[in-house]
Design a protein around this ligand. Structure first.
Ligand code: LMR
Length: 415
């Protein structure tokens, strides 16, 4: 007889849909579920810059490549990840930069999920927030991560279904009236998942001001830097605004390299804790405590993907090539948004569809209802999340007409 008391938990929707899609042998099936980049042929795209870095790594034949790293990760990778996130010039460092860098404790993580998780358990132990505020809606894994960290969750409004736009007022008024000093506010640095709706720069300033005034702790999840706009600087604007304009604020950042380098299965990421100016002395203690958590869970992050990122970010030529690859990915997604929108307009599909081209990043929050989503899967073998979130990258010139026609049919027939 088992000593366990286990009850079923619902399967992760994103990975369950991917599995169902893989098992579906319908020739015209379309996968709009997981946020992974696909080419115009619907294939994965190992980035050309990644392939070049892999070639160079093979030639280097570094005999240390399978050794243990430090617990905080590959020591040469850490400043590269930090500089990319916060906008320091890796080649030249001013005195002011040195003082700012000394505020940041960085460790390598098991990609973005690992960074979110590490941050959540670190804050749960050392800050003991009463509440973490998540956007409604948010990436479903945020809920799981904070549940596992044992921090009570509340949500702030983010999406107005009526206008299919960012509910800035709702977010501000809820945080203003209900959030309490020391609460954590989880913010998507760019390319909000799932809505594809980001605050404007002016709105970001107001959100950050509110956090500062009410002593709320910003926790940025940066999963799409460079992927959303094609510019790594532009996509890091909000994070850098807090760092540079609010030196008395603390924050943390979960950084992923899964999407922007196409290294999904390699699990490359970093977690940054930013101390307020004047608290630099605490940085080593923060890092030691992060290492304590890492050591007890998995000792250290994996090395293979991290070596690729390191190779790229230490070479000006490869970095320039990476920027080109980012542009290729972001522009293809933008053109697929337009193609879907144009086709729906051409078909005269009931409703408004402008939001598809106004949203940003990997996803569109289409506004399709759960019943319509179900019908898309059941009748047309098109897979998307029941919230109506579609990964635009699953669209291609080959399937966009098919998808638009299917949407047109389900919108007309299933209200
Ligand atoms: C997604 O939201 O589809 C991606 O971020 C994949 C994941 O890990 O959930």
């Amino acid at each position: 007889m088992t000593v366990l008391t286990v009850a079923p938990v619902p399967p992760d929707e994103i990975f369950a849909l991917t599995r169902a899609y893989n098992n579906d042998d319908y020739p015209q099936k379309v996968n709009l579920s997981a946020g992974v980049y696909r080419t115009n042929d619907g294939e994965p795209w190992p980035l050309p810059v990644v392939q070049e870095a892999e070639k160079q790594l093979r030639e280097d034949n570094n005999i240390f490549r399978h050794e243990y790293t430090a617990i905080e990760g590959d020591i040469a990778f850490l400043p590269l990840a930090r500089d990319l996130m916060f906008g320091f010039d890796s080649q030249a460092s001013s005195e002011k930069d040195a003082a700012t860098k000394a505020r940041i404790g960085t460790v390598q993580t098991v990609a973005g999920t690992g960074a979110n998780h590490l941050g959540a358990i670190f804050l749960a132990r050392h800050m003991k927030p009463r509440t973490v505020w998540l956007s409604n809606p948010s990436w479903a894994n945020h809920l799981t991560i904070w549940e596992l960290a044992g921090v009570p969750r509340k949500t702030y409004p983010y999406y107005s279904a009526a206008t299919r736009s960012f509910d800035f007022r709702g977010m501000m008024s809820t945080l203003e009236s209900e959030a309490e000093e020391g609460d954590v506010v989880l913010l998507h640095a760019c390319a909000h998942n799932p809505t594809g709706l980001d605050p404007s720069k002016e709105q970001w300033k107001s959100i950050i001001d509110l956090c500062e005034r009410k002593s709320l702790f910003p926790f940025f999840d940066s999963a799409y830097q460079g992927f959303a706009s094609g510019s790594a600087d532009e996509d890091a604007w909000a994070v850098r605004y807090v760092l540079n304009e609010k030196p008395q604020m603390e924050m943390c950042v979960a950084q992923s390299f899964s999407k922007n380098f196409g290294l999904y299965g390699q699990r490359v990421g970093a977690f940054h804790y930013v101390l307020n100016d004047g608290a630099q002395d605490l940085r080593d203690t923060v890092v030691v405590n992060l290492c304590h958590l890492i050591r007890g869970e998995y000792s250290m992050g994996p090395t293979a993907g991290c070596s690729i990122v390191k190779k790229v970010l230490t070479s000006p030529e490869l970095t320039a090539q990476w920027y080109d690859d980012l542009k290729t990915m972001s522009s293809r997604i933008i053109s697929m948004r337009q193609a879907l929108y144009d086709e729906l307009v051409r078909l005269g599909t009931p409703g408004t569809w402008k939001h598809i081209i106004e949203q940003n990043g990997m996803f569109s929050y289409t506004g399709l209802t759960p019943l319509q989503v179900y019908a898309l899967k059941d009748k047309y073998h098109i897979y998307l999340l029941k919230s109506g979130r579609a990964s635009i990258s699953g669209l291609s010139p080959k399937n966009v007409t098919y998808v638009a026609r299917a949407i047109d049919k389900v919108v007309r027939n299933f209200n």
